[in-house]
Design a protein around this ligand. Structure first.
Ligand SMILES: Cc1ncc(COP(=O)(O)O)c(C=O)c1O
Length: 368
């Protein structure tokens, strides 16, 4: 039994005293929100760090997803994955769009490009894939399908902060990419999110939409929402960015320690990366296979009994929740790979402050 509970994640925070000067500036200026100086600085800093052209900051990732769909005027049906956090599909329902669930690839657990075409209907207008666990989707094949059928692609990149694929930042793929800066994420602003936009015109539309549709004092061009990030969150983001490389290095070391420690354990499959050039080690998912002496539920409970609060991301599948399960595409027979993964997965604790001894204690429980 470990002394202190170990949770699946623990947010990275800067030193409190480092935040004070930023707060003093905010108190002095009285600029609390609405595209203030820290907001502008963070947008600029994130563009440089992530290697993207334009970023629009948001109050959280979910409002950013809802707004991304509004930005491109997506309607009808959107193809998406059932193997994700509910916000992915919820953003479709908030836009009165019907999700079309498509099964996932057994290796990456991302949307399976081989199965997308068969799910396209005359009502389909877009694809919303997820870079699950920060592992890039097959962006080239997805783009090719989208181009052939005249569909838009909006990536839910909530897990993919800092990830680079063969062509640089994975966030440059698709028409828009949406990030989350929630407390559980690799980079957090307590709550927060962003839309990565390819050009100034799109960024401008997003900026209007996240500010009630206001263009100026008297002109409103769309039924926009309030999705603005506050100066407090933006200031925190600027500080968090200073510690991000060190945090990613620590995550990388934990990932390596798990892989080494679990390499010979029969029935425990560590999900491999998806060939990314730069990974972010956002999660450490394992699949508990029949050769393991315990089933997934028993192992999950054993970990809890020993103070290790791992999580079953992503179980249940989104398609099994009441607001989705009536859809034809939600049938288990349509989603065999996702259903199997959801029944086998456990995400082990991974976060920068997790010590090597703590990782060993988790490994020990899995091995014994
Ligand atoms: C895949 C995915 N999409 C969307 C979200 C929603 O982001 P937020 O919590 O910032 O609204 C999350 C996480 O919270 C997520 O994991």
């Amino acid at each position: 039994m470990t002394n202190k509970p170990i949770y699946v994640t623990q947010p990275q925070l800067p030193k409190l005293e480092e935040l004070i000067p930023y707060l003093e500036n905010i108190w002095e200026s009285k600029i609390l929100t609405n595209n203030g100086p820290y907001h502008q600085q963070l947008e600029q800093a994130l563009c440089e760090y992530l290697g993207v052209k334009h970023i629009a900051l948001f109050t959280n990732g979910t409002v950013a997803l809802v707004t991304a769909l509004q930005t491109l005027r997506i309607t009808g049906e959107v193809i998406t994955t059932p193997y994700s956090f509910v916000a992915t599909s919820h953003s479709l329902l908030w836009n009165a769009i019907k999700p079309g669930f498509v099964d996932i690839d057994p290796i990456t657990l991302n949307l399976d490009p081989d199965k997308i075409e068969a799910a396209i209907t005359p009502q389909t207008t877009a694809i919303m894939p997820v870079h699950c666990y920060g592992h890039p989707c097959d962006v080239d094949r997805i783009q090719k399908i989208a181009d052939n059928y005249g569909l838009k692609v909006i990536y839910d990149a909530a897990h993919a902060f800092g990830v680079q694929c063969h062509s640089g930042s994975v966030l440059n793929h698709g028409d828009l990419s949406v990030l989350s800066f929630h407390a559980t994420k690799v980079f957090n602003t307590f709550e927060g999110g962003a839309i990565v936009c390819p050009d100034t015109k799109t960024k401008q539309r997003v900026d209007h939409l996240k500010n009630f549709g206001f263009v100026d004092e008297t002109i409103v061009v769309a039924p926009g929402i309030n999705g603005k990030m506050s100066e407090f969150n933006a200031a925190l983001g600027l500080l968090q960015l200073k510690g991000i490389d060190e945090a990613l290095q620590k995550r990388k070391a934990i990932d390596a320690q798990y892989r080494e420690g679990l390499a010979g354990v029969k029935g425990i499959h560590c999900l491999s990366d998806a060939g990314e050039k730069v990974a972010n080690y956002a999660h450490f998912p394992i699949l508990v296979r029949p050769e393991y002496p315990l089933n997934r539920e028993a192992l999950y409970q054993k970990l809890r009994d020993n103070g290790i609060y791992a999580r079953r991301y992503f179980y249940p599948l989104i398609s099994d929740f009441p607001m989705y399960r009536g859809l034809a595409s939600a049938a288990q027979s349509n989603l065999p790979v996702a259903s199997k993964a959801a029944s086998e997965v456990i995400c082990l604790p991974i976060y920068p402050a997790l010590s090597s001894e703590q990782v060993d204690s988790v490994i020990e429980l899995l091995v014994s």
